[in-house]
Structure formats: structure tokens, C-alpha cells
Write a protein that binds this ligand. Structure first.
Ligand SMILES: [Zn+2]
Length: 398
């Protein structure tokens, strides 16, 4: 006779029960593990998270299967003494959620077997969704949608789910979806006319209780297809979230929700085209600006400091200046906390821009380099930028 009679085996909807305390052990300071002679609390296992709830008002934060020693109920606070009769209460919304995901997994896994002969190799209940690893080759949206449709039809047919206890000899005669992982007497879960598999978890009474199943995404992982799905209340929560996101995007376009894929694709294409046009216009603007700067410059040397111009814009302007013969551009920009520099000369002008840049970078506490015709750099001493540029310019003109 095992220490703990597991009431959830025979009734997955039992949430209130009375039991006797069999054992009490301190785990870590303040936390105590209680073993009862019977429990409706499901301990973590088989891909299903454990229950939480209360024992005589004490919060049960974790429930652990300790094999022959029974089910451990981890509580915080002063535990009742051995032999005390306590009243347990399982957190029903959490249990219902887990049953919907777990039973949903039985149904979805069988749907992949029925349609594609693709067994499930792994199952995990995550925080907001669930994962199954299926031996499904070349997953396509059509295959996934067919399995989801079959699974939901089984749910809406509201088929009975029953428990059968059989010996291993009896089990050998049956067609089970999954090989049993243990010897001896087996607990089989049967979904009327659809699925038969050994399992120790908690299940819905009827398939209708699962509500619905939706697949969110899938990917190939370790030679299997990893499918992310939601069932029951999680499906509704996920729908709300997805719908809210889609409506927020639709509001940006002042459009209907279902028009956004086309509108977004169009907007991205338009954005790319605008970028191309801006680049062309920037070049034209740089030519015009260079001409103005050269008119005002003496001896073909353009030495200027700008506000908030990035390196790319400075370079474009420098290149437009030195497209004219006998010219040198010493350009700087105060771009936030950085002093940016671009030095360039036309191919027929004298001077080594890379040497000049190194000199400037020493004075601005920065780094830079390049070739004799073109050099780039930057420094921290933004306040010194104006002085450094004019100093180098007057050095060049003498
Ligand atoms: Zn199960």
C-alpha cells in the first residue's frame, strides 16, 4: 500500500478533500514538506506542472512526487502535526488550464498520427503556451492546419474520456499510441474512438472541456518538428493578444485588421524607394552646398564645422568639394558627444590627409586614419573642434 492515495487518478475534478498528515519534514528554513495519506494535488511530472492550493489555509506552493515516500506538499508557515486531519483545496483555474493543455496534447498528437503517421516524442507546458516535438517531415501550413482541424473536430464532438487500468499482458494486445514507460499495471487514457495511450496525468472528462486548440508557430529542431500550441483558456488569451497587436497596427494605417499584411508590405517597399531617392537628393544637395562653400573659401580650402551631421553626410560633402580641382576639405561635426572629422583633397592638390588626421586626433583625444587623399576620424574633445580645424587650415594655407 503506497503512502499517499492519489485521488486525482480516479477524479481529475476533485478539488476539495480531507486527509491525515502522515509525515512532516523541514526542507529549508521556513519551508516544510507535508505527506498526506491521500491527496487530490497532482505532483509535477509527465510534462504536466504540479498543482498549487491550500492545506488548512496554508499555501501549497509546490507539489513533488517522491515515489514510494508519497506526494510532498511544500508549504510555508507552521505545519500541522502528524496525525492531524487537514482540509486540502486545489487551485482550480490552474488545474483546469493544465488539464486543457495536457488533454489537448493527447488529441493533437493523435491527429498527427492519424493524418501523417507522425508520433510525438516530447511535450512541455510552458508559461503561456505548450510545445510538442513531432516526427513530422517537411511541415507545411496545410499539414499543420489539417491536424488542427481534426483535433478541433474531436473536441467539438465532445467525446468521452475514460480511464482503463490493465495488466501489461492486456496492454500488449492493445494498439497504444505510445509505448508504456513502466512495467506492471498500466493506466490507459481512452478518448472514445480516437486515442488510447498510457498516462498518469489529469484529463478532462470529455473532449469538449478542452475548448479549442490553436497552433501559434512551428520550426524544425533536432530532426523533429517543434510545434507551439495553445488549448482552452490559453487559446482565448492568445487570440486576445494577437488581435490587440493586429488592431494596433491597423490603427496606424487607419485600416481594417485583415488588410495590414498588404499595407505593411506596401509601406516597407515605399520606405526602401524613399531611401533610394533621399540618397540621390543628398548627392545633389552636397554638390550645391560644396559650390557655395568653395565660393566663400580662400585658396580652395574649405574648413568648416557643422552641428549634428553624421560621418556619412560629412563624407558626401567632402567628396563633392574635392570633385573640383585644386581643393581641400577639412570638415568637422559636433554630433552629440563626439567630434567627427573628414579630411579630403582633390587628386591634384598637395598634402597628406591621413597625417593631418592623426595630428587632429591627438588634439581631440580621438582616433582616425585613412589615405593621403581621404581620412576619417573622431574625438571626445568636442569643444576644441573649431580651434583644431582652423589651426590645420591656416597651416595648410601658409
Ligand atoms: Zn495524459
Amino acid at each position: 500500500m503506497p503512502v499517499t492515495e492519489r485521488l486525482y487518478y480516479s477524479d481529475s475534478h476533485l478539488i476539495e478533500f480531507e486527509a491525515r498528515v502522515v509525515d512532516v519534514t523541514e526542507r529549508v528554513s521556513g519551508w516544510t514538506a507535508i505527506v498526506l495519506n491521500r491527496t487530490a494535488f497532482y505532483p509535477t511530472g509527465g510534462g504536466q506542472p504540479g498543482d498549487t492550493g491550500t492545506l488548512d489555509g496554508l499555501r501549497v506552493v509546490e507539489c513533488v512526487d517522491d515515489g514510494d515516500r508519497g506526494v510532498l506538499h511544500v508549504v510555508q508557515g507552521t505545519a500541522p502535526p502528524r496525525e492531524a486531519i487537514v482540509r486540502g483545496r486545489v487551485d482550480w483555474p490552474r488545474r483546469l488550464d493544465h488539464m486543457q493543455q495536457h488533454t489537448g496534447q493527447h488529441i493533437l498528437s493523435q491527429a498527427f498520427v492519424t493524418l501523417f503517421n507522425a508520433p510525438t516524442r516530447g511535450f512541455r507546458v510552458l508559461d503561456a503556451s505548450c510545445e510538442i516535438d513531432v516526427e513530422l517531415r517537411e511541415p507545411t501550413i496545410e499539414k499543420i492546419e489539417r491536424a488542427v482541424e481534426l483535433a478541433n473536430n474531436v473536441i467539438w464532438e465532445d467525446r468521452a474520456i475514460t480511464i482503463r487500468n490493465v495488466t501489461s499482458d492486456e496492454a500488449a494486445e492493445l494498439s497504444l499510441r505510445k509505448e508504456p514507460s513502466r512495467e506492471g499495471e498500466l493506466r490507459l487514457i481512452e478518448i472514445e474512438g480516437f486515442d488510447l495511450t498510457p498516462c498518469g496525468g489529469t484529463h478532462a472528462y470529455r473532449t469538449g472541456e478542452v475548448g479549442m486548440i490553436a497552433v501559434r508557430s512551428w520550426e524544425r529542431a533536432k530532426g523533429l518538428t517543434r510545434i507551439d500550441f495553445v488549448a482552452g483558456t490559453r487559446a482565448l488569451a492568445d487570440y486576445r493578444k494577437a488581435n490587440r497587436s493586429a488592431r494596433e497596427v491597423a490603427a496606424l494605417f487607419s485600416s481594417g485588421r485583415d488588410d495590414i499584411p498588404g499595407l505593411t508590405a506596401h509601406a516597407l517597399e515605399e520606405n526602401k524607394e524613399l531611401h533610394r531617392r533621399v540618397r540621390v537628393l543628398e548627392e545633389i544637395a552636397a554638390e550645391v552646398e560644396a559650390e557655395k562653400l568653395l565660393t566663400a573659401a580662400s585658396g580652395g580650402i574649405v574648413a568648416r564645422v557643422f552641428e549634428g551631421r553624421d560621418a556619412e553626410s560629412l563624407k558626401k560633402l567632402a567628396q563633392a568639394v574635392i570633385a573640383n580641382p585644386g581643393t581641400i576639405a577639412l570638415l568637422g561635426s559636433r554630433d552629440k558627444d563626439t567630434a567627427r572629422l573628414v579630411f579630403a583633397r582633390s587628386s591634384d592638390a598637395a598634402g597628406d590627409m591621413s597625417l593631418l588626421m592623426r595630428e587632429a586626433c591627438v588634439m581631440l583625444d580621438g582616433r582616425g586614419g585613412g589615405k593621403p587623399e581621404l581620412a576619417q576620424g573622431g574625438g571626445k574633445l568636442v569643444d576644441q573642434l573649431e580651434a583644431v580645424i582652423s589651426q590645420l587650415a591656416s597651416k595648410l594655407s601658409t
